[in-house]
Design a protein around this ligand. Structure first.
Ligand code: MG
Length: 296
C-alpha cells in the first residue's frame, strides 16, 4: 500500500525520497527503451515524456494496494491511461511498484503476453482496469469510475492521462461537458501537452489552440505544470491539483512535457512517437541512463 507518508516527513526526508524517485525515473527510462528495442515495436517518445508523471503518481500520490489488485478498486485511488500506446512507461512503473514481477517486462508485445502493445483487461494484468487503443475513450471511463466512487461514498480520487493529440477526438469534449455539468469533482485529468502526435506537431496536424482555456470554458478547474519532466514540479503540481478536488469542478492539469525526454537524440520531435531504437541507438540511449536499479 502506498500511503501519504510525505505529509509527515521533514524537508530533508522529502528530498531523500525524491532522490529515490528520480533514480526510479532513470531506471524506468532504461526499461522503456529496452522493451521497445527487444521487439522492435512500441512507443518510446510519449513514454519517456511522461516518466516523471507516472513515477510521481504511483510513487507519491496514489493510495493503492498493489499486492491485492481488484478491478473495482474500492477505497483506492484509481488511474486510467487513455493514450494507451504509451504502455511501456505504464508497465514499467506498475512492475516497479509491485503490481507484477519486473521480469515480466521481458514479454512486452510478444504473442500471448499479458503486456500487449495497448493495455487490455482480459489477460488479467494487475494494475490494468481498461483496454485502450482507440483514442478518446479514457476520460469517459474515468468519469464513470469517479461517479461510482461518489455513489459508494468512497472518498478516493480518480486520475487519468490523455495525449494532446488525443484531444482531437470528439468524445473527449462530450466527456468534458458531462464532467463539469455533473460536478465530478473527485477527478483529475492530466493532458500530456508535448505538442506532438504521431504524424507531426499538433500545430501542423490540427492546432489545439489554448487547451487550458478550452477546458475552463467547459467549466473545469484548470491548472498548469510548466515543467512536466521535473519530478519535484510534477509532485508539487499533482498535490496542488489534489487540493482543488471536492470543490464542485473536475480538475484539468495541462502538463507541458518533452516527447522523448531523457535521451538527447529522441527529444523534441515526433519521430520517436512509435519507432523503436536499433542496436546502436539503444546503446547510445542507455549510455545516457545509468542503471539505478537492476535491469529486468
Ligand atoms: Mg502529444
Amino acid at each position: 500500500m502506498c500511503t501519504f507518508a510525505r505529509d509527515i516527513q521533514s524537508t530533508t526526508d522529502t528530498q531523500m525520497a525524491n532522490t529515490e524517485l528520480k533514480e526510479l525515473c532513470t531506471q524506468v527510462r532504461r526499461d522503456i527503451v529496452r522493451m521497445v528495442h527487444a521487439v522492435n515495436s512500441g512507443h518510446p517518445g510519449g513514454s519517456l515524456g511522461c516518466t516523471e508523471f507516472f513515477v510521481a503518481l504511483y510513487g507519491e500520490m496514489m493510495e493503492y494496494d498493489a499486492a491485492n489488485f481488484t478491478m473495482d478498486g474500492i477505497n483506492e485511488d484509481l488511474f486510467f491511461l487513455s493514450n494507451g500506446h504509451i504502455s511501456p512507461v505504464y508497465y514499467s512503473v506498475l512492475a516497479r511498484n509491485g503490481f507484477f514481477a519486473v521480469d515480466e517486462l521481458n514479454t512486452f508485445r510478444k504473442i500471448n503476453s499479458r503486456l500487449q502493445g495497448h493495455p487490455t483487461t482480459h489477460e488479467g494484468l494487475e494494475g490494468i482496469r481498461i483496454a485502450s487503443g482507440s483514442l478518446g475513450q479514457g476520460m469517459s471511463v474515468a468519469i464513470g469510475a469517479a461517479e461510482a466512487k461518489k455513489l459508494n461514498n468512497d472518498s478516493h480520487l480518480v486520475y487519468s492521462l490523455h495525449g494532446d493529440g488525443e484531444l482531437q477526438e470528439g468524445q473527449i469534449w462530450e466527456a468534458a461537458l458531462y464532467a463539469a455539468g455533473k460536478k465530478i469533482d473527485n477527478l483529475i485529468c492530466t493532458i500530456d501537452a508535448n505538442g506532438q502526435q504521431i504524424d507531426g506537431s499538433t500545430d501542423d496536424v490540427l492546432p489545439m489552440g489554448d487547451i487550458g482555456s478550452k477546458f475552463a470554458a467547459f467549466g473545469w478547474d484548470v491548472m498548469t505544470i510548466e515543467k512536466g519532466n521535473d519530478l519535484d514540479a510534477v509532485i508539487a503540481g499533482l498535490n496542488e491539483a489534489k487540493s482543488r478536488t471536492g470543490k464542485g469542478k473536475p480538475v484539468c492539469i495541462v502538463m507541458k512535457t518533452e516527447m522523448g525526454a531523457g535521451i538527447d537524440f529522441m527529444e523534441g520531435t515526433h519521430k520517436w512517437h512509435g519507432i523503436a531504437p536499433n542496436d546502436e541507438q539503444l546503446e547510445a540511449a542507455l549510455a545516457q541512463l545509468p542503471s539505478t536499479l537492476a535491469d529486468y
